[in-house]
Design a protein around this ligand. Structure first.
Ligand SMILES: C[S@@+](CC[C@H](N)C(=O)[O-])C[C@H]1O[C@@H](n2cnc3c(N)ncnc32)[C@H](O)[C@@H]1O
Length: 216
């Protein structure tokens, strides 16, 4: 176990799912130090696993401004899983407080408890076009919502910034057959295809998808 792993586990985070660990962590161990973002927007925070990871990884390097967007209502795909989203939200606050307390550099945390369409529109009207170094799209997994998060998120991303999409290949197991409305892939594909001249797709295994903005 590395020194960083030991410090992280001693913080006693409480996570009830392993989504981040299984989908992202291995890739992010390489990606996040390379991107080394200071201004981060996360769409979909749940109980804070990905947000705490970024604070643990980047907090030793420099100050951070981290915006977390979540309505803490769960996605449509969570509706039959009897998730207690109030408890999830409380765990987010507990976990993120631990991460911030342990960070050597200041973390300016801005929590947007809202639907992402409202929160992202507000950030744009506040003048934050081209502001963020890294945007993680992991909120609603419904194609129309993902398309909105991608398009408006891209406006908020600076040139040279990186955007990551979780669950590129996910589909709702509750649907009898694959329903293109209830999966991120058609939305991410449409976004990438229509912005081909403004981004480059980064080389990575396809459970997540990464792009870098190269033009407005
Ligand atoms: C997959 S979880 C995020 C996991 C988190 N990024 C991690 O790795 O630990 C998705 C989150 O998005 C939130 N969400 C779903 N639809 C949303 C929407 N339209 N606006 C804002 N948040 C939404 C849910 O409440 C849920 O907490």
């Amino acid at each position: 176990m590395s020194a960083t792993d030991a410090q992280t586990s001693s913080r006693e985070y409480v996570f009830t799912t392993r989504w981040f660990e299984l989908n992202a962590k291995n890739l992010w161990d390489r990606l996040i130090p390379q991107v080394n973002p200071r201004k981060i927007l996360e769409i979909g925070s749940f109980e804070g696993a990905s947000a705490c990871y970024m604070i643990d990884k980047l907090g030793p390097n420099h100050a951070l401004e981290l915006h977390c967007v979540d309505n803490w209502e769960g996605g449509i795909e969570h509706q039959n899983r009897a998730l207690d989203m109030s408890a999830t939200e409380q765990r987010f606050h507990d976990n993120i407080s631990r991460a911030i307390a342990a960070s050597p550099n200041p973390v300016d945390l801005v929590i947007h408890k809202a639907y992402s369409d409202q929160a992202l529109a507000k950030l744009l009207t506040e003048g934050k076009a081209g502001y963020f170094d890294f945007i993680y799209v992991d909120g609603s997994h419904q194609a129309p919502d993902v398309l909105y998060d991608a398009v408006v998120g891209f406006k908020l991303l600076r040139i040279g910034g990186t955007m990551a999409f979780d669950d590129y290949l996910w589909s709702d197991q509750q649907a009898k057959s694959k329903d293109p409305i209830r999966m991120p892939k058609p939305a991410i594909d449409a976004f990438v295809n229509l912005n081909l001249r403004k981004l480059q797709q980064l080389n990575a295994p396809s459970i997540q998808l990464y792009i870098q903005k190269i033009a407005d």
